[in-house]
Design a protein around this ligand. Sequence first.
Ligand SMILES: C[S@@+](CC[C@H](N)C(=O)[O-])C[C@H]1O[C@@H](n2cnc3c(N)ncnc32)[C@H](O)[C@@H]1O
Length: 274
Amino acid sequence: MVSCEGRGNLPLPYFCQILPTQRFLSKGMTMQDSLDSLSPLLFEIVSQYDIALSEQQTMLMVRHLELVLDKNESINLTRITKPRDALVLHILDSLLFSRAIPLAEDEAFRLLDMGTGAGYPGIPLGILYSNASCDLADSVGKKCQAVSEFVDELGLASRIHVLCDRVESIANSQRASYDVVTARAMDKLSVLLEYASPLLKQHGVLVASKGRIQNDEFRHAINIAPKLGFEISNQLSFELPKGLGSREILCFEKVTKSKIHLPRSIGAAKHRPL
Ligand SMILES: C[S@@+](CC[C@H](N)C(=O)[O-])C[C@H]1O[C@@H](n2cnc3c(N)ncnc32)[C@H](O)[C@@H]1O
């Protein structure tokens, strides 16, 4: 069990020094759900999925969750408000992306999280990949402001940046810039492919997470992928613990240039699908 109590002359562990508010409980959290108890639980949950976290990474991810739940009292960031469910539905769910990202945890690369909302999956992935430079994109100002505050509070602002814009616009300023583009609960797979295509470097990957994917949505994405320069490179299925559902993680590699000029105008991918 992690402890931040004094230990004679020994210095406090690093995470106690950088997280002075770790005794704070978000509204609705019981003492049982404090950082002290959620961290070992998270460590245990993710290890069942072959994901290894350090003590510091675990603490940072739980602290992010605390900040999200606290901010959720004033702006709508998530419907998942039970901390123990959120460990699975936000943090584990985000970390499952790593199972399909074809890069080592200490590699330096650029990641863009499209439609990051409260920072999922971008912040847990930014914590896991300690040398990655991560851009978190969202078009809603209030969410961007909240996520910027989280990043600052977590001490990650040197590597994790918030881009408050639509991804179609970001594609003009950050063309072919990213090794990995992620998206969770953002849009249909075909729309995600269209958004990601101009943003990715050659051989970069789009990694998207879905609950149960409908056959129509999957077939349409597979049909248009070659037009957008992609081929499917990985597909993984997971059952979440506690009967909290299942996940499909789909990975598409950008193998060649798009055959159509991208990005199309704002809103076209969604409202005039290919
Ligand atoms: C349902 S939320 C999902 C948030 C987060 N990825 C998660 O899984 O918790 C979708 C988010 O995508 C953002 N979004 C939708 N379309 C976008 C676009 N074209 N560019 C940037 N952000 C977008 C919305 O503002 C919203 O925050």
